[in-house]
Structures are given as C-alpha cells and as structure tokens.
Design a protein around this ligand. Structure first.
Ligand code: ADP
Ligand code: MG
Length: 462
C-alpha cells in the first residue's frame, strides 16, 4: 500500500483530487456507529489525508493501529465514507508516525486513567436477548445447559466449566445466559478472549497493568468466550494463567468456551490446558432434526412478536430448513431470516422450490460434500501453487488473488460462516474474507482473466 502511495505522491496521480468530504462529520458518524469505546481507542485517530474520486487516503498513527483497524473495521469505515461520497470504492491507509504524539498523550491523559474500567464495563454488558429461557434444549446440548444452570446456583460446582463446539452452535448464547443469571446476585464478567487480549495490550500501553489485573480478579464468576483465540500469544497466555489461578484460589467460578476440546488447543501452554481440563469439560453436539425445528419455531415466534409482523410459514418450510441446513444454528437462523424476508415481500410462505432458490448459497449443490479444503486444493492447483504458499501471509498479487478467489468460492459453495472461512485461511479475520468476496465479485465483472479462472475452477467444484 505504501508503494502505491509514494508513487502517487511522486506525481503519478491517477485520479483527480477533489475535496468534498467533511471529515468532522464522518468522525461523528463513526462515533455513532462504532460506539464510544472503539471510537475513542481506535477510530478517532484516523485522519483524512487525500480525497480522490474513487478512493480516499487515510492516516493511522502506527502500524499496529492501522492493522487493527483494517482487520476489523475497514468494511464499515468504507460503508460510512460512502454515505458521504458515493463514488468512493476503497480506502488506503498510510502510517503517519509523527501523529504518535497526539495519540500517546491521549492514552495516558489523566482523564483516561479510568479508561480500563469504563471501556471494560462497556464490553461486560450482556445481551438481554440471549437468555436461558430462549436457549432451546435437546439431547445434544442438555448436558451443557444443565451444567450452566447449576453453576448459577452453586459456584465452583464444576470449576472451570469448559464448553466446546464449532462456531454458530450456541456457545456465546449459553455463556451470555449464565452471565445474565449470575449478575443478578454476583459480580460476573463476560469477555471474549479476543477482547481480553485487546485490553491486555491496551493496558500495557497505558501503564495500567495493575488496574487490569485487579479488574478481572474482582469477578465472582469469570466467563471467557472463544478461548481458542488465545493460541500462541505468549505474554497474554501468561497473564491469563495468572488471572485464572488468582480467581480459582479465591473460589471464583470460571466458565470457558472454545471451538475445540482443551486437548486440541495446541498453541496454548500445557499448564493452561491442564488447568482448563481440570473441571468439567462438555461438548455440545450438533442439533438433531427435532431440536432444529424447535429452535426455528421458537425464533419464528420471537421475530413475529418483536417486529409485530404476521408472517406465515408452512410446516414444510420448517422441515426443509431443518433438513437442508446442516452447518450450524447460526446458518439455520440466517436461512430463516432470508425466508422471512421473502414472506414479507410476497406476503405468503415460499414453496419448496422458491426456498431452494432463495437459499441456494446456503445449500450445497448436488448434495456433493464440498468443503473449504477441497476448494483450496482446486484453486492452488489451478494456479500452480502449493497450499502453504497460497495460505501464507505474503501479499504479492500472484498469491493474494488465488487466495481471494479461494475465499470467494468457499463463501459461494460451502455453508461455512465467514469467521469459519477466515479461520481455515491461516486464521484470518472474517473481514478479510468479506473484502476478498467483494473484490472478486468486482473483478469477475471487470477482468476477463479472473472471470475465466473462477469459472474454470467452479466447473471442477460442481
Ligand atoms: P457460537 O458462540 O457457538 O458461535 P452463538 O451462541 O453465537 O454460537 O449462536 C449462534 C446463533 O444461534 C445465536 O443467534 C444463538 O442465539 C442461536 N442458538 C444457538 N443454539 C441455540 C439454542 N439451543 N436455542 C436457541 N438459539 C440458539
Ligand atoms: Mg460465539
């Protein structure tokens, strides 16, 4: 990105520079959209440097901040900027180190001394919509549900409680329900491992480690979601381990979720792994047909009530959804939403034929089992690459394009969620996948060579 910029700065300016965007207003919009905490910590440090017809150049104070913003918020940022200037198609970032001055003092500013507490409190909020009451129980999740209920009544019953299943199957929902219930009478803290890490890094920067430690150690019940994201990050693991021990010593309850059992968390230190296996480890199984129907019907009633809409959906459609969507509860509910959008527009229940059309990208074609690995293999061999190269972090176009094509095809031809796809591409963020899908979508329209490649690979997939 930097090379492109310096070329342009050297005079090879391709687009005409025009100034229309009121950056102050954009910032206000960012604040509204991202919330105060994310805005204060990251977004407000972005500045508009140059504005062209089709893109803008923004600046970030450090590489770290830039990477963080790009990996998490780039799409939203672009969308917001677009509302101010429709023709903008992309954003570019430059790092303006000297801006550091305004960045750092802000973080150590007296006024921000309590930033840990206030920002953590923001993230410690529970989602009032995911409760025990609307967590539908069946054979596959009964054990997890019962254990979760139990620790709300009597802490340290199973300590730690470790719940695992692949994404979209109700972990966060269940953890949230525990948090809601427990916080009626005790101090519960609920944070994703990713967030924990973010605050950890932030408090190192702000010299607030003591506060960080104290903050988490106050919890009577400490709930940490998606622990698999801790993988590898050594300093953070160290901190986590100490927090963990301090809490256990105090008799606090710990609840952990993960997308795999402790034994498969191979980048997590052995001592943490064994600590985590020391209590009760439960897996939630994939829901069976009956449970899927129950979840669908419950959600359907909930939506009708919340939106005061009187949708009509035939039993056949429920059956169809439950038998065709096999990947996750999240996808199942996504499919339901798609169907309901149809109901709303057409004021009738879709037929099965219509369902197939509406949901074609949720459902594998021909029932052939196409997975991300198959797609990666096909793409790599089409471009004469080996998989490792294609998945590597290198950014040269000869690797990036095939990688993006593989992400695009994975989105189109599997039912995996975006975070899922990201994970299978060497643990990339889901926003990277979104970006890839958009990019290839665009290139298919504009670039014959790309279109041909995509079509050729597609033929092999189907
Ligand atoms: P995970 O954290 O495992 O990725 P989530 O908890 O975010 O999954 O669940 C995905 C979606 O499915 C959420 O909307 C959640 O409310 C819903 N869901 C999952 N399992 C159930 C269930 N047993 N009953 C009701 N809703 C569920
Ligand atoms: Mg989750």
């Amino acid at each position: 990105m930097k090379e492109i910029l310096s070329k342009q700065n050297a005079g090879v300016v391709l687009a005409k520079e025009e100034n229309f965007i009121e950056w102050k207003e954009v910032l206000l919009k960012f604040k509204e959209n991202f919330g105060k905490d994310v805005y204060e910590s990251w977004i407000k440090n972005i500045d508009l440097k140059k504005e062209f017809n089709h893109y803008v150049v923004l600046s970030a104070p450090t590489r770290f901040v830039r990477d963080w913003i790009v990996s998490r918020y780039a799409d939203q940022i672009l969308d917001i900027i677009k509302t101010f200037k429709k023709s903008i198609e992309r954003i570019e970032f430059l790092i303006e180190e000297n801006q550091d001055k305004s960045f750092k003092p802000d973080l150590v500013n007296k006024k921000h001394v309590t930033s840990i507490e206030s920002s953590l409190l923001n993230y410690n909020r529970f989602n009032p919509n995911n409760t025990f009451d609307n967590f539908i129980v069946g054979e596959s999740n009964e054990l997890a549900y019962t254990a979760a209920r139990k620790i709300c009544v009597q802490s340290s019953h199973y300590n730690p409680l470790f719940i695992y299943i692949s994404v979209g199957m109700g972990k966060t929902h269940l953890l949230n329900a525990i948090g809601l219930e427990v916080s009626k009478s005790k101090k519960a803290m609920f944070i994703s491992a990713e967030r924990f890490m973010y605050h950890f890094i932030r408090s190192i920067k702000n010299n607030e480690m003591v506060k960080f430690k104290d903050f988490f150690r106050m919890a009577n019940v400490f709930i940490i979601d998606d622990i698999q994201f801790v993988s590898g990050k050594e300093a953070m693991q160290e901190e986590f381990f100490h927090t963990f021990n301090a809490l256990m010593e105090k008799g606090s309850q710990i609840v952990i979720s993960s997308n795999c059992p402790p034994s498969d968390l191979d980048k997590i230190q052995e001592r943490i792994r064994s600590r985590m296996s020391g209590g009760l480890v439960i897996d939630i199984q994939s829901p069976n047909h009956d449970l899927k129907i129950k979840i669908l019907k419950n959600k359907f009633e909930e939506i009708k009530l919340n939106f005061k809409e009187n949708y009509i959906l035939s039993d056949q459609v429920f059956e169809f959804l439950a038998s065709e969507i096999t990947s996750s509860v999240r996808e199942l509910l996504g499919a339901l939403n798609r169907v309901l959008a149809f109901c709303k527009i057409n004021t009738k229940s879709p037929t099965i034929f219509e369902c197939k059309r509406i949901l074609k990208d949720f459902i594998n074609s021909n029932g052939k089992n196409i997975n991300i690995e198959t797609i990666q293999n096909l793409v790599a061999s089409h471009f004469n690459l080996n998989i490792q190269e294609m998945l590597s972090q290198r950014r040269s176009r000869s690797l990036a394009r095939p990688r993006q094509i593989a992400m695009y095809l994975s989105k189109q031809h599997t039912t995996n969620s975006l975070p899922d796809i990201g994970r299978k591409f060497a643990n990339r963020d889901h926003t990277t996948v979104i970006h890839a899908v958009k990019k290839i979508d665009e290139l298919i329209r504009k670039d014959n060579e790309i279109r041909q490649s995509v079509n050729e690979i597609k033929k092999k997939i189907i």
